[in-house]
Write a protein that binds this ligand. Structure first.
Ligand code: TXA
Ligand code: MG
Length: 342
């Protein structure tokens, strides 16, 4: 299959491109498109055959549910039964935006493969002009996980999508680099109190300011059935082992020197302020205090590391304020939980 890439960066004069995308979706095909978090790989969420193609193209285990994207909060009641007052408050406050709410699903509407083995559905209204325009033109729900091959970081540019899925899908809508860079917050509203299954752009503090205390799922519990099935799957880890390290230039330089003395070549992922002159490769992700920039550039940097010959990667930690929780969640997964210690 030849993959077409259509630029939709400028908002005017794109009607034909959206029509092309809608034709593909309506005839059971897949379209990759930008959201404000990462690129998604979309299928019409009510079309079982189309949804199955997502799992095939991604090489994703088929018991991991997909997020359903909708273009308007009023459509929720078409897909979910019980919408609590708290859920309504979150939707009112954060949609469109990087928040996926897990609600009890209405049976028989969404294709079974979207929500395998669960009675719930994860819904979100993305805050990106291309995603919203596509949803409007389609006038239907789009099931979309991140548009990467399973085991790679989520794509934040159309190039990342093409790297992973060229030849496997008919169309990539190129809307430039995504703004947030880490996936949406997923919150299960069917528990009391609600449970954050995945930290993201809408932080715990933001959520609690609207609905009071929530819990955070502990995602290293291998022994029990995870509420977010995504949690039990291998997360992206770069080819070379990655270690998280504190934000201290002397410690970082010392660590690089020690590793190099062991014959290793070292890539470092750091904030802009920490220049490590002796590192074999260095990827800057943004100013230390600008965690939005760090989140936006993190996955790109991880992909860059895989293009180097590095034997070890050191990534500088952030604090947990704001989107820092989501950054550290993804970094610790990429590090398989390991911090650099020596
Ligand atoms: O930002 C995002 O959420 C991106 C963009 C494309 O919207 N999408 C995304 O999808 O990250 P995906 O499939 O890569 O991650 C969805 C996560 C998975 O961890 C999945 O297990 C969880 O959401 N999830 C989806 N539906 C669920 C449900 N009904 N119950 C529990 N977890 C659910
Ligand atoms: Mg994903």
């Amino acid at each position: 299959m030849k993959t077409k890439v259509l630029s939709v960066d400028k908002m005017l004069g794109n009607e034909k491109k959206y029509k092309h995308a809608v034709d593909i979706l309506k005839s059971g095909g897949l379209v990759a498109f930008p959201t404000e978090t990462v690129y998604g790989l979309g299928a019409l969420a009510t079309d079982e055959q189309a949804v199955r193609k997502i799992f095939e193209a991604k090489g994703r285990p088929s018991d991991n549910p997909l997020i359903v994207h909708i273009g308007n909060p009023d459509l929720i009641s078409l897909f979910a039964t019980t919408i609590s007052e708290h859920a309504e408050r979150l939707i009112e406050a954060f949609w469109p935006g990087p928040l996926t709410v897990v609600l009890k699903k209405k049976p028989g509407i969404i294709a079974p493969s979207v929500t395998p083995g669960v009675e719930t559905v994860g819904l979100r209204m993305p805050d990106h002009p291309v995603a919203l325009e596509l949803l409007k033109a389609l006038n239907g729900p789009i099931a979309a996980p991140s548009a990467n091959r399973s085991g790679k970081p989520s794509p934040t540019t159309a190039y990342h999508v093409a790297d992973d899925l060229s030849g496997l899908i008919p169309l990539i809508m190129d809307g430039g680099q995504t703004g947030i860079g880490v996936e949406s917050t997923v919150i299960d509203m069917t528990t009391t109190p609600p449970t954050i299954l995945r930290p993201g752009g809408v932080t715990r503090e933001m959520i609690e300011s609207k609905i009071g205390p929530v819990t955070i799922a502990n995602d290293n519990s291998d022994d029990q059935a995870p509420r977010a099935p995504g949690m039990k799957y291998m997360h992206y880890a770069p080819k070379a082992p990655l270690f998280v390290i504190s934000s201290d230039i002397e410690r970082l330089t010392e660590a690089v020197r020690t590793l190099q003395n062991e014959g290793k070549r070292v890539a470092v992922i750091t904030p802009n302020e920490l220049e490590v002159a002796i590192a074999d490769w260095q990827f800057f992700v943004g100013h230390q205090l600008d965690k939005e920039a760090i989140a936006a550039n993190l996955y790109g940097a991880l992909r860059q590391c895989d293009l180097t010959e590095a034997d070890t990667i050191l990534a500088v930690e952030t604090d947990l304020d704001g989107v820092g929780t989501a950054i550290m969640n993804r970094l610790m997964k990429a590090a398989d939980g390991q911090r650099y210690s020596q």
